[in-house]
Design a protein around this ligand. Structure first.
Ligand code: TYC
Length: 116
């Protein structure tokens, strides 16, 4: 965004004289940056039991049984589906938790993240 536009939004306080007849713009509002968001996806495979995938969605993605079943069936039918959208570190943690849990139960379930 251009400075003049930000000034209109109150990001700057204008017009401090700098002794040379020109104005210096000083920032008054703290700069905030929106974090990038990441989709966490699960992938279909031929071996992981449907009930296990539903359990994963309930346990790690706070889905109720209906929502979890709907997402699982979407993945089963379309190959991939969204479990949730999170900031980078949260998404990374979810992916690790799912991959570890699937491995512990010897299922080939895959979970990945992608930038939105
Ligand atoms: N396709 C699996 C089956 O028929 C079920 C499944 C659904 C597996 C979703 C993985 O992410 C998945 N047992």
């Amino acid at each position: 965004m251009q400075d003049y536009a930000r000034r209109m939004q109150g990001d700057f306080e204008g017009g401090k004289e700098n002794g040379r007849g020109t104005a210096v713009i000083t920032r008054t509002k703290p700069k905030t940056k929106k974090p990038s968001l990441y989709r966490v996806l699960i992938l279909n495979d031929d071996y992981t039991p449907m009930e296990f995938v539903v359990h994963v969605l309930e346990r790690f993605f706070q889905k109720d049984h209906e929502a979890a079943t709907r997402i699982m069936l979407h993945v089963h039918n379309h190959g991939v589906g969204e479990c949730g959208v999170y900031t980078f570190e949260v998404a990374e943690t979810k992916v690790s938790q799912v991959m570890d849990f699937a491995r512990q139960h010897q299922h080939p379930l895959q979970c990945v993240m992608e930038k939105k």
